[in-house]
Design a protein around this ligand. Structure first.
Ligand code: G4P
Length: 292
C-alpha cells in the first residue's frame, strides 16, 4: 500500500509553519505515544534543524500506549541533541501543565515578561494538538475532532506574561516512506479514510496484535489467537460479533472497522504499535532490501 496524501492546504500550512518557526524559541512537537516515530513528520525535523530550534517532543495519548514502550521511547529521545521528551494525556491539566517549564529548560534565556518564551505546537493531524492547546489555555479555543486535519489556521495565545503559545494546523508530508508507518498512521486515524483501505489496515493491525499482544485479542473477542494470521483474526471478530453477510459469510469490512475502532478507543488495552527496537529492526530490514 503506497500512501500519498497532500491536500493543497498542507502546502500552504508548511510555508506558514516555516515562517512561524523563525519567530519562536522552542518547538513542541506532538506525536502519538503509540507510534512516536511513525507519527513524526520529517518536515518538522527539517524545518527545526534549518532554524536550529530545540524541541520538546510530546508523546501524547500516553494513556492508550504500552507504558514499557513509552519508557523506552523517552530514553530514545533523551539521547537526541536539543530534544526533551515527555509522555502525557493531553486531556489531563496537571500533566499538560509541565510543558512550559520543560520548554523553559530548552531556552533558559527567554525567562521574563520582556523576553517571553515563545512556543509553537506542531504535529500531524489527530495526535491531540487542539486538545493540548485547550488544556493549556484552560478553555475551548481549538476544535477537537477525531477526523484528521480539523485545526486549520495558526492561533497565538498568552499563558501568563512569560509564555506565548502558537498553535499550527496538522501538517502531513507528501509521501510516507515506509508502508508500515502508513498502516500505523491509518490504524490510529491520522490519515483520513479517503487515503486508505480499512480492510488492509485492519489485517495489518491484527498481525501486529498477534505478534505482540495476542492475549488482548482473546480477552476482547473470546477466541484463541493461536495459529491465526491477520485476516483470520478479522474473520474471527466478524463471527464473534455476528457481523455476517449473505449466506452467513463474515462481513470483513464491518469487522475491520470494529477492530480498528476498538484499538482507537483503547478497548484492547494499552497498546504501542512500535518500540525503539521494532523501529530499528524495520529500518535495518529496509536498508538491507535497498542494498540488495
Ligand atoms: P489534532 O488537533 O492534533 O488534530 O487532534 P485533536 O486534539 O483534535 O484530538 C484528536 C482526538 O484525540 C480527539 O478525540 C481527542 O479527544 C483525542 N485525544 C487527544 N489527546 C488525547 C490523549 O492524550 N488521550 C486520549 N485518549 N485521547 C486524546 P475525539 O474522539 O475525536 O474527540 P472527543 O470526542 O474526545 O472530543
Amino acid at each position: 500500500m503506497s500512501i500519498q496524501w497532500f491536500p493543497g492546504h498542507m502546502t500552504a500550512a508548511r510555508r506558514k509553519a516555516a515562517e512561524t518557526m523563525a519567530t519562536v524559541d522552542v518547538v513542541i512537537e506532538v506525536v502519538d505515544a503509540r507510534l512516536p516515530e511513525a507519527s513524526t513528520n520529517p518536515m518538522v525535523h527539517e524545518l527545526r534543524l534549518h532554524r536550529q530550534r530545540p524541541c520538546l517532543k510530546i508523546l501524547n495519548k500516553a494513556d492508550l500506549a504500552d507504558p514499557g514502550a513509552t519508557k523506552s521511547w523517552i530514553a530514545w529521545y533523551a539521547r537526541q541533541p536539543d530534544v526533551k521528551a515527555a509522555a502525557i494525556d493531553a486531556r489531563n491539566t496537571g500533566e499538560a501543565a509541565r510543558i512550559p517549564s520543560l520548554c523553559q529548560r530548552l531556552a533558559p534565556h527567554r525567562n521574563d515578561a520582556t523576553k517571553p518564551l515563545r512556543m509553537m505546537i506542531m504535529g500531524i493531524p489527530n495526535v491531540g494538538k487542539s486538545t493540548l492547546m485547550n488544556t493549556l489555555v484552560h478553555r475551548k479555543i481549538a476544535k477537537v475532532g477525531d477526523e484528521p486535519a480539523v485545526t486549520k489556521s495558526q492561533q497565538l495565545h498568552c499563558l501568563g506574561v512569560q509564555h506565548r503559545l502558537i498553535d499550527t494546523p496538522g501538517l502531513m508530508w507528501p509521501k510516507i516512506e515506509h508502508d508500515s508507518d502508513g498502516f500505523m498512521l491509518a490504524a490510529s486515524h491520522a490519515i483520513g479514510r479517503n487515503a486508505v483501505i480499512d480492510e488492509e489496515v485492519a489485517v495489518f493491525l491484527a498481525g501486529l496484535l498477534l505478534a505482540r499482544y495476542p492475549s488482548r485479542l482473546s480477552a476482547r473477542y473470546g477466541f484463541s489467537a493461536e495459529g491465526l494470521d491477520g485476516a483470520s483474526v478479522v474473520e474471527g471478530v466478524a463471527r464473534r460479533r455476528g457481523l455476517l453477510g449473505r449466506g452467513g459469510a463474515p462481513d470483513f469490512g464491518k469487522a475491520s472497522l470494529t477492530l480498528l475502532q476498538d484499538y482507537r478507543d483503547g478497548k484492547l488495552g494499552r497498546i504501542s504499535l512500535e518500540t525503539p527496537e521494532s523501529r530499528r529492526a524495520m529500518l535495518a530490514a529496509r536498508a538491507r532490501e535497498t542494498a540488495e
